[in-house]
Design a binder for this molecule. Sequence first.
Ligand code: ACO
Length: 326
Amino acid sequence: MIRASIISTGSYVPDTVITNNDLERIVDTSDDWIVERTGIRERRIVDSSQATSDLACEAARNALKKAHLRPKDIDLIIVATCTPDMAFPSTACIVQDKLGARHAAAFDINAACSGFVYGLHLVSSLIRSEAHKRILLVGAEVLSRVTDWQDRTTCVLFGDGAGAVIVEGTREKRGIISTHIHSDGSLGDLIMLPGGGSRFSCSMETILKKLHFIKMKGNETFKVAVRTLEELATRTMEENNLDPSQLSLLIPHQANIRIIQATARRLNLTEDKVFVNIEKYGNTSAASIPIALDEAIRAGRVIAGEYILLEAFGGGLTWASALVKW
Ligand code: ACO
């Protein structure tokens, strides 16, 4: 039996740091409120020359280098993003060109913050079916360009970044064991970016109404996220006949420290079994889990032969998990 195995990871965040104190000077907020309600202390944002594909390429080069692979060794590139460079060409096609990955097909997927784990679901099937041999999956976002910097309820939350993984098949008893993806479009209005598409195409009116910025009903989203993620994590373990105590690490989407702690409590996981870097980057949407995975590996917290659980929740609504035996 062939399983999909993550053979390399990479990540990239832009240099510019925006601290909570910086935000205190822009909107009516405080470092105390942000830290207490979200766990975020600072976030990274791009400079004027950078777009999502630039971040994606940095993360991808990093992953390729660690795997001693060349771009032409990749046969598929998938970029998970809700902030593409442009509507089309896809960000994945732009990345393919910039990397020089001549043998790769390329396309984007959008499941907001769940995009990377949705991508793992897809990649796992494509590798197991032997449709592709070596896939580059990137989660990359430039949320700072769709953030209303006058809206304190959202501007304190988001950041920019990218994370990448390279996935191949293995016949060993490890790799991506199971993936679980879910959606509820009826709750789509909880988090949305309404402007710029075919419903509210770009016009003076959409700009004046700020429709090209993220709108979020934070508190309602929070409650659904806690309930959904607790259930998802528990069910993923049950369906694999595993007890949460057999997990060596939970790598959750980094949206809010209180959501992460609620899931960890439900699984009875101690702090050392949960990877958290939200304080440095805020919510980087589809990039958050691959950045966290890359950092967890570099910190020596992902151990060969052990189980790790990735789980995400985001706009759509969408939620997803992946159980991996490293
Ligand atoms: N600084 C100070 N006060 C603030 C700020 C701020 N930055 N933001 C909101 N407040 C105020 C509100 O106005 C409100 O004041 P009021 O009581 O006088 O009306 C009060 O703080 C409480 O507001 P809530 O929205 O109830 O605060 P909550 O505890 O829910 O925290 C937050 C807000 C952090 C947004 C939280 O709800 C959250 O994390 N939600 C989930 C986010 C998420 O998971 N999103 C999914 C992924 S995003 C994606 O897919 C792109």
